[in-house]
Design a protein around this ligand. Structure first.
Ligand code: NAP
Length: 339
């Protein structure tokens, strides 16, 4: 079966996903797109023969020839499209965040559970990265003993030139470490703190960059996440888990070693698209395979809800400077731990 996919939002990552589904993923065909910016949608559609452009995401979701939906519009409008896909009984891949508030995420949890069938996968692609998967295998095997501390760094070369706020360091960047920490450790986050080092001279006006986000799990494991979105030298993602009897860390991510003029060097990826291209591909292939077989896989709506709840706690911690408990409802039985 070929899964006929409709993509809502053809901006930065939406158009990347259209190309990915068209050129690299097997078993899927993009048949429809929609974007608030209709010119952008037309341009992306022109690259793929036979793609229809819908006037709205809702119209695309109602299209009988769309079997499954990708939501890649900006976060504030994820909820309405995910809920519409659930109401239509169509599988939906939603880019992170699932929604921008815990109340909105809760409405998605309720709607999916009421339908009795898993339809939502959230775009936490790091779970498909070979390095993180090898880390999880090492942790789950017991090789490093029980985890105690996690050290992470999330560095971008430069934040987008306009509108990047202190809050976005948390909700847009650190949300990846929030999810990957929950997944690696197999535990929820119970409380957060945000430390505010001296600001880089490259930070936008009033923007707190870098930040050190401290996540405390229900068993007391501490995650220290340095988020620095104007690091200037490249895109650098680090993670090390320290256990009772050893450590495991992401390895050297340079694909080549350059020796020149008496020195030896590697390459630092320029951005997230370069660094995680294989993870995005693996994530989408897994989604398409699951949809084709009538099943579901990957990060669930519960994972999206929990990440948004932790981010909400971090926003309060940033504002107050205080240790802030995470407000989580009990995990519904419908959401068994995900893969
Ligand atoms: P972007 O370049 O701004 O693209 C978003 C697109 O959605 C824009 O074309 C926007 O149109 C359109 N849009 C907004 N509201 C819409 C609506 N109601 N209906 C249809 N289209 C609408 O943003 P992006 O960087 O691609 O990010 C999109 C999402 O992906 C965000 O949630 C972001 O967090 C996520 N993301 C995830 C990763 C990852 O690593 N997993 C990486 C990057 C982005 P206008 O420009 O006219 O508003």
């Amino acid at each position: 079966m070929t899964v006929r996919v409709g993509v809502v939002g053809t901006g930065n990552i939406g158009q990347d996903h259209v190309r990915r589904l068209t050129r690299r993923i097997t078993g899927a065909q993009v048949v429809a797109v929609s974007d608030l910016n209709s010119e952008r949608a037309q341009t992306v559609a022109a690259e793929v023969p036979g793609v229809r452009v819908h006037r709205s995401g809702q119209e695309l979701i109602r299209d009988d020839e769309v079997d499954a939906v990708v939501v890649a519009s900006w976060g504030a409008v994820h909820e309405e499209f995910v809920l519409a896909a659930i109401a239509a009984g169509k599988p939906v891949f939603c880019e992170k965040p699932l929604a921008t508030t815990t109340a909105a995420c809760q409405r998605i949890l309720d709607a999916e559970a009421a339908g009795g069938r898993r339809l939502v996968q959230v775009g936490f692609m790091r779970r498909y990265d070979a390095g993180y998967r090898a880390m999880k295998d090492a942790i789950d095997s017991g090789e490093i003993g029980s985890p105690l501390i996690v050290h992470c760094a999330h560095r971008n070369a430069a934040a987008p030139a306009y509108g990047f706020t202190s809050d976005l360091l948390i909700t847009d960047a650190a949300i990846h470490e929030i999810d990957i920490s929950r997944w690696l450790l197999g535990q929820e986050i119970a409380a957060t703190r945000v430390l505010t080092p001296r600001r880089t001279s490259r930070a936008g006006s009033g923007v707190q960059d870098p930040q050190v986000i401290v996540l405390e799990t229900v068993t007391g494991v501490m995650v220290f996440d340095e988020v620095f979105v104007n690091a200037s030298y490249g895109y650098d993602i680090r993670c090390e888990v320290v256990g009772e009897s050893g450590t495991v860390a992401l390895g050297n991510q340079s694909e080549v070693v350059v020796k020149h003029d008496g020195s030896r060097s590697g390459r630092v990826p320029g951005d997230w698209q370069q660094r995680f291209v294989h993870a995005y591909d693996a994530e989408f292939q897994a989604w398409v395979n699951a949809v084709a077989s009538g099943g579901a896989t990957g990060p669930t709506a519960w994972d999206g809800y929990a990440a948004t709840a932790v981010a909400a706690s971090c926003l309060v911690a940033l504002e107050t400077g205080l240790r802030t408990p995470v407000q989580l409802v009990d995990r519904p039985v419908f959401y068994t731990p995900s893969t």
